[in-house]
Design a binder for this molecule. Structure first.
Ligand code: TXA
Ligand code: MG
Length: 319
């Protein structure tokens, strides 16, 4: 069973030895390994049961050594980096050959992120290589937002889980492709589209249906499964068709008539999308302990982090 602790030296030792360590970031916990060691990276795919066509994000403390790993960055990167990194954004950039093809799943690009979490920052500064780290969950399941979530799914497979408390953002990073002429968001996440657009002063394309996007083959529609069927959409209509006593619910700020109070997850009574985002994955996990047949999930306002919340709920509901 993996040890859970906050010993940065121990985490660094394992990583230098080519082992896997689960690490905290402000978005979700990552399952990390030396991104330059193909063997260690292969172990990530095995442990997660992740298909090899699904590329990984590499993590660095800052852009000081970025030149070693990517061919070039443009003005857009410089602007976005200055505004939002470290933070919940990943940049897809043309990769150098030092990044194993396994990391990028054969793509000529690599996704790079600079996490803000203090433990991730401190750990990355102790290492002279980037960390490849997908979310630390079994492929297709809900991403972990605390150390215990990681232990529950992967505890038997890894040596060490670096505990950095509860993730403050709670949604994976927003991924922006900067490898072509026009920036494009490939995955909505912890940084809103509006914030990106404000920074760049232009509208940015984003992928609506991530599963059909050949550039992000890992964004399959059936993902984030809580293990209980999820019905996503307008609650009023869906409520008419179900046995409310046997239902759980996820709603933004209001409670739902007829559903037992203990089965309801109201993500932000005060109507704050940030708070709702931080609670989303924990709420999806919490239904496992209940005797219910179905989870009804409300469609959130389609703005700010609401877009990313809807994306995750829609995918949790896909079969
Ligand atoms: O917040 C996050 O991004 C977390 C933390 C741990 O950093 N990581 C994360 O990784 O969510 P993961 O593996 O669950 O999702 C990575 C996704 C891939 O599924 C793929 O869609 C996209 O990033 N991606 C990675 N490299 C890419 C590339 N070269 N081109 C296009 N998409 C890429
Ligand atoms: Mg993931």
């Amino acid at each position: 069973m993996a040890k859970i602790g906050d010993d940065l030296n121990r985490a660094a030792q394992f990583l230098k030895a080519g082992k896997l360590v689960a690490i905290p970031t402000e978005t979700v916990y990552g399952l990390a390994a030396d991104a330059l060691k193909a063997d260690a990276v292969a172990e990530i795919f095995r442990v997660k049961n992740r298909p090899s066509f699904d590329p990984l994000i590499i993590h660095l403390a800052n852009a000081d050594a970025l030149d070693n790993y990517v061919k070039k960055v443009d003005e857009t990167f410089v602007k976005l980096y200055a505004h939002f990194s470290p933070g919940p954004i990943s940049y897809v950039l043309p990769k150098k050959a030092i990044i194993p093809d396994l990391v990028s799943a054969g793509h000529p690009t690599v996704a790079v992120r600079f996490p803000e979490h203090p433990s991730a920052q401190a750990l990355l500064k102790m290492l002279d290589f980037p960390l490849a780290a997908p979310s630390a969950n079994i492929f297709g399941r809900v991403s972990p937002t605390n150390a215990q979530n990681v232990a529950d799914q992967l505890g038997n497979e890894i040596d060490y889980i670096l505990d950095g408390g509860q993730c403050s953002v709670g949604l994976e990073s927003t991924i922006i492709d900067l490898s072509t002429d026009k920036p494009k968001v490939l995955r909505l996440g912890g940084l809103s589209l509006e914030e990106l657009e404000d920074c760049l002063g232009e509208k940015i394309d984003f992928t609506q249906n991530s599963s059909s996007n050949p550039k992000a083959p890992g964004m399959l529609s059936a993902h984030y499964s809580p293990g209980i069927p999820v019905v996503f959409g307008h609650l009023g209509e869906n409520l008419k068709r179900v046995n409310r006593q046997r239902c759980g619910s996820i709603s933004f700020c209001k409670s739902l008539a007829g559903i037992p109070a203990e089965n309801q997850r109201i993500l932000s009574p005060k109507g704050d999308l940030k708070e709702a985002a931080a609670k989303l994955f924990g709420s999806l996990r919490s239904f496992k302990a209940l005797d219910i047949d179905l989870i009804l999930a409300e469609e959130f306002p389609n703005e700010g982090l609401g877009r990313a919340i809807n994306d995750r709920l829609k995918r949790a509901s896909a079969t």
